[in-house]
Design a protein around this ligand. Structure first.
Ligand code: NIG
Ligand code: FE
Length: 425
């Protein structure tokens, strides 16, 4: 009999996403559903997952044990958002309006708008103000069920601002319940100061900025925007190889607007993820399927940019690639913090089955971040990161889009959202 300090019982259903990791092909549909379920934890670790009727046989209460009667609720693993650009300043609704009137993302970028607009604002903002913005956004994420988030720098493109963004992420990680996994995205764009000498900028990254980030342990991953007019395949490869030598793990913005071969390169580099993939080639799909690189799909982006072209999710899944889903939260191409929306879009636009989308937003996303031993599924020994939604069964997460159905969130056994409100301790 194990001691429990937190018990959630009489759940309508519990989606556990248990089983071998990562989930590919048919395994992607096996969500480990338990009807009339209970789950219990002690000091933040799960000690029981199963039927409600077997709960008493397996766990022991203390007078302090918190017990939540969860009739009418369905439990899910905390959502994991493996691709965001969280620490940015300013918003870009004016460009958004130009786009809905017909301008393309690349046209705006070539006029010095796009990412450059956010770079100017992020260079100017104070660290304190950026911390405040990140905390507000993280609260929104938490209220929509996200408990772990990857977050990239990349709106400084100079030494000082990139470090400021990463410091903000590390500081916010100490004070907010969501776990933040920081990524250095110095190669998000070519900074205006280096427009005519990109190789000099890459040298600065390799010789100075990356070693400092590594030494101060400010980021675990690096990311590169491998794209026509940004960083070529060769530049991406060189930078990623240097980063690997320093001990960084790799994520790539790959094949977003043009089929450069970013997916093939990500597989060759044994990158943790290749993200976007709207224009991935057949070879790219094969390369991902036979690698451990996760294909991260961001369905809000083609919708928001009105590209009318979608990443070939079905072909990736059927070829055997590990797929995950993310918001890509950023002010230019996806202004949403909300993982349930992304799960819905994956079903509506990318032809995911609901079960596949759930695993892609939890356990496979955790795998891409190297966190699958602790988070992403509800299994004994893992962290008690749990989302409780008000619904009769799990299908409603997609079937009933629009309102936020998240009622409660637990992070490492702490009750962090209660009745839809953030709990301040
Ligand atoms: O992932 N593609 C590059 N970066 C972001 C967009 C950034 C921006 O527009 O500010 C993305 O879509
Ligand atoms: Fe992105």
């Amino acid at each position: 009999m194990e001691l429990a300090d937190l018990i959630i019982r009489r759940l309508n259903q519990l989606v556990t996403c248990s089983g071998p990791v990562p989930k590919r092909k048919e395994a992607l549909k096996e969500i480990g559903l338990i009807e009339e379920a209970a789950i219990a934890s002690y000091k933040g670790k799960i000690i029981y997952v199963g039927n409600d009727k077997d709960l008493e046989k397996n766990i022991k209460l203390t007078p302090e044990t918190i017990i939540l009667e969860a009739e009418g609720l369905v439990g899910f693993p905390g959502f994991i958002d493996p691709h965001t650009h969280l620490p940015f300043a300013g918003t870009r609704e004016k460009e958004f309006v130009l786009r809905i009137k017909g301008a393309s993302y690349q046209e705006l970028a070539s006029q010095g708008l796009g990412i450059q607009t956010t770079v100017r604002a992020t260079r100017e903002i104070t660290k304190e103000k950026l911390i405040e913005l990140c905390l507000e956004r993280l609260d929104t994420m938490l209220r929509h069920g996200t408990t772990t988030v990857e977050a990239k720098s990349g709106y400084g493109l100079d030494w000082e601002t990139e470090i400021k963004q990463l410091e903000v992420l590390n500081e916010v990680n100490q004070i907010h319940p969501i776990e933040i996994v920081p990524t250095y995205l110095g190669a998000h764009e070519v900074p205006p100061e280096y427009r005519h000498d990109k190789s000099k900028y890459l040298e600065l990254l390799i010789k100075n900025i990356m070693p400092e980030i590594r030494r101060r342990k400010l980021a675990e991953f690096i990311d590169i925007f491998c794209e026509e007019g940004v960083y070529s395949l060769e530049e991406t490869k060189k930078l990623a190889q240097e980063a690997k030598k320093m001990g960084f793990k790799i994520r790539l913005h790959a094949d977003e607007f043009s089929p450069l071969g970013g997916a093939e390169l990500a597989a060759e580099l044994e990158a943790s993820s290749a993200d976007h993939l709207i224009n991935v080639s057949d070879n790219g799909i094969e390369a991902l399927a036979s690698s451990s690189t996760v294909a991260i799909l961001l369905p809000m982006v083609p919708l928001f940019l009105r590209l009318e072209k979608w990443p070939p999710a079905r072909r990736l899944i059927e070829a055997g690639a590990t797929v995950a889903l993310a918001t890509d939260f950023n002010p230019g191409s996806s202004m949403t913090e909300c993982m349930p929306l992304v799960i819905q879009l994956a079903v509506f636009l990318l032809n995911f089955q609901i079960e596949e989308a759930l695993q892609a937003a939890t356990i496979n996303a955790a795998f891409s971040l190297g966190r699958d031993r602790w988070v992403g599924s509800l299994e004994v020994g893992k962290n008690m990161d749990l989302v409780l939604c008000s619904m009769p069964n799990y299908l409603h997460l997609v079937y009933h889009p629009g309102p936020n159905l998240v009622r409660h969130v637990f992070k490492k056994g702490n009750w962090v959202v209660q009745d839809g409100q953030i709990c301040r301790t």
